[in-house]
Design a protein around this ligand. Structure first.
Ligand SMILES: [Zn+2]
Length: 255
């Protein structure tokens, strides 16, 4: 039964003009990254970070950087989990779909860099990337090794604005440039492949609904039913690491 759904999903993707992927925490969990909420969640153990994290950062950026260098509490656990994580077959499958020309763009809510590590190139990280840094004034992104932490907070080499980690904090607006890319790609899309996301956190949760409203196709892969399931043309229950490689095989067979 799942095999038939996977074949149908492959056909629908190949019949579409512009397939966009959307991924969420579910795909990271399969790489051993602890979820934030729920049983075994980082926040369940350490408490939720303050909802005004960004405002606190703006009030005292130096303190934020001191916390990061100490790597204590949940932040330390998060670093440990992210630093040890490696892409799994679902990440590689999405990179291969891009290489085949079937997937035009990938929007991820994950901050773990695993899509890039797997080889995906057209990626919009809507909640940022935990391993990169960003100037809050000009939005320039930097790799960690490009920015010295000898004096904190570090300042942007281009505009001398304050630099923070790229991961979007509570209370922080999603950087406009990323949001614009997402809106452009979702606007172009006539098929969304949603993987491992509960479709709960906006704005990403609105993207599949928008494509559906525009007459597009919605395919969902994940272990649980979500708010999207009822809207889906095809909804496949299973682990992304198992289902996506089969989907790639089916796409390649039909190409
Ligand atoms: Zn700057």
């Amino acid at each position: 039964m799942i095999k038939e759904d996977i074949d149908r999903a492959a056909s629908l993707m190949l019949a579409s003009d512009y397939v966009v992927g959307l991924t969420g925490a579910g795909i990271s969990v399969e790489s051993g990254i602890r979820p934030f909420r729920g049983p075994g969640g980082l926040w369940t153990e350490y408490g939720e970070p303050p909802m005004d994290g960004y405002q606190r950062f703006l009030a005292d950026p130096k303190r934020h950087w001191e916390q990061i260098s100490r790597k204590d509490g949940y932040l330390g656990e998060l670093y440990k989990a992210l630093e040890g994580a490696k892409p799994h077959p679902a990440h590689y499958a999405l990179a291969e779909l891009e290489e085949l020309g079937v997937l035009k763009y990938l929007i991820t809510q994950n901050v773990d860099n695993l899509h890039r590590a797997a080889g995906s190139k057209k990626v919009a990280e809507i909640h940022g990337n935990f391993f990169r840094m960003r100037c809050i004034q000009c939005n320039s992104r930097y790799e960690q090794e490009e920015i010295s932490l000898e004096s904190i907070p570090p300042l942007c080499p281009k505009c001398a604005g304050i630099i923070k980690t790229d991961g979007v904090m509570f209370g922080e607006p999603i950087p406009l440039d990323v949001l614009e890319v997402c809106q452009r790609e979702v606007g172009n899309s006539d098929c969304i492949l949603s993987v491992g996301t509960s479709a709960f956190v906006y704005p990403a949760a609105g993207f599949p609904k928008q494509v559906k409203r525009n007459g597009g196709v919605l395919i969902e892969i994940g272990p649980y039913e979500t708010e999207l399931t009822a809207l889906c043309d095809i909804s496949i229950r299973g682990k992304a690491g198992k289902v996506l490689p089969q989907l790639v095989d089916s796409v390649k067979f039909k190409l």
